[in-house]
Design a protein around this ligand. Structure first.
Ligand code: MTE
Length: 321
């Protein structure tokens, strides 16, 4: 995401190393030349085995949240990832996240709440009935997928912990463990990866506390054992491998905003009318559809989830990007 063009030859502090940029480009060009971005993953027997070994997760499909899109192939969704704790290239998470120990795992929920909780992941998972929802996820880099996620609305958890009247925001902190995450040696972000929402955004039923995808628990590279999925926002808001959820009065600082505030705002709603400073956000390529001659898709306001529009009534979304 952070690929800066050096001005006057001086790299900025938040710039990704040139080597990493070159690596990402090389991978992309290789994949383009192959006519698909996922051919390698599809043929990878290790991935198929990893999928088979992961526990099944029972969930009722919620027809209210079923995008009309064709689901992205499982191999695509698990081999083309952003999870910088495991490296900067798209295939690094699939290569290196195998080391992540997703159980036992605890999540602390605290801050401005009446009932703070520290829960084992399997207790958190059972806090509300699991649903399967097919959501589109649009990355700020201009690619998208449609994934059958499994989880429950974050609002269910909010009800259990009872935010106080001072709670105006929610902060998500994710795991930063050098022993398990080789990408932490890179200074691309100020670890741990943190993200945040305004409390009414967090309370919107679309915000999904997510434990699984494609009928099974989350693969490590997709954010095991628990992540948030916010389909109307750029993908980087959907923090993976969460260890702490804190309700706050002040707006939390977030990893990408800290690294490049002029490029990544706090809200980061998908908005085809507001360009990223270095590229247009008007169109996207759907992973799995990216042959040389496949036209790009038009990006939709709020990624095609107009039900969230009322959260931003009266706000200038060019200013609050
Ligand atoms: N969460 C953590 N902890 N670290 C990351 O690097 N990358 C984000 C988001 N969550 C990221 C993260 C970005 S940029 C995107 S696009 C999505 O995860 C990608 O999710 P996916 O790999 O399941 O498609």
């Amino acid at each position: 995401m952070l690929i800066r063009i050096p001005r006057n030859g001086d790299p900025l502090p938040s710039e990704i190393t040139p080597q990493a940029v070159a690596g990402s480009r090389r991978l992309f060009l290789r994949q383009m030349a192959a006519g698909t971005l996922v051919a390698a993953g599809a043929a990878n027997p290790l991935l198929a085995a990893a999928q088979a070994q992961r526990a099944r997760l029972q969930a009722l499909r919620n027809p209210k949240y079923t995008a009309p899109d064709k689901p992205t192939a499982f191999t695509d969704a698990t081999t083309y990832n952003n999870f910088y704790e495991f490296g900067l290239d798209k295939d690094d998470p699939a290569k290196y996240a195998g080391k992540l120990k997703a159980r036992p795992w605890t999540v602390r929920i605290d801050g401005e709440v009446r009932r703070p909780l520290t829960l084992d992941i399997d207790e958190l998972l059972k806090l509300a009935p699991l649903e399967e929802r097919l959501y589109r996820l649009r990355c700020v880099e201009g690619w998208s997928m449609a994934i059958p996620w499994i989880g429950y609305s974050f609002a269910e958890l909010m009800r259990k912990v009872e935010p106080t009247g001072n709670a105006k925001f929610v902060e998500f902190t994710t795991l930063a463990d050098r022993a398990q995450m080789p990408g932490l040696s890179s200074a691309v972000l100020d670890w741990p990866y943190t993200e945040g929402l305004r409390i009414d955004e967090a309370n919107h039923p679309l915000a999904l506390l997510t434990f699984g995808m494609y009928g099974r628990v989350l693969p490590n590279q997709n954010g095991a054992p628990v992540r948030i999925v916010l389909p109307w926002k750029y993908g980087f808001k959907s923090a993976k491998s969460i260890v702490r959820i804190r309700f706050t009065e002040a707006q939390p600082r977030t990893a990408w905003n800290r690294a490049a505030p002029e490029e990544y705002g706090f809200f980061s709603n998908v908005n085809p009318d507001v360009d990223h400073p270095r590229w247009s956000q008007a169109t996207e390529r759907r992973i799995g559809e990216d042959g040389f001659f496949t036209p790009k898709r038009r990006t939709l306001m709020f990624n095609g989830y107009p039900e969230v529009a009322s959260l931003y009534a009266g706000m200038d979304l060019k200013k609050f990007y």
